[in-house]
Design a protein around this ligand. Structure first.
Ligand code: FES
Length: 79
């Protein structure tokens, strides 16, 4: 995979629902951040499919520098 594009400078805080499959954009080219819109087909990479065990609010990474995808780990502040 090529180097991801930085898609934002802060995470998106969102309510995630239990038993729903989400596709987090790992390439940074999606216009529906933080989720995949299929743009990776032209840019390389694949989305990260994930779900949560219970409804929860989460901060999803948009800078694509996190060490804990799809969640923000604060990397956008230092890199
Ligand atoms: S558009 Fe980025 S992973 Fe699909």
């Amino acid at each position: 995979m090529s180097t991801p594009k930085r898609a934002g400078n802060q995470p998106v805080v969102i309510e995630l629902e239990k038993d729903t499959k989400y596709a987090w954009c790992s390439c940074g080219y999606s216009e529906k951040q933080p989720f995949c819109n299929g743009a990776h087909k032209n840019e390389g990479g694949v989305p990260m499919i994930f779900s949560v065990e219970k409804d929860k609010k989460a901060s999803l990474c948009t800078c694509k520098l996190t060490s804990n995808p799809p969640y923000c780990d604060g990397s956008h502040r230092t890199e």
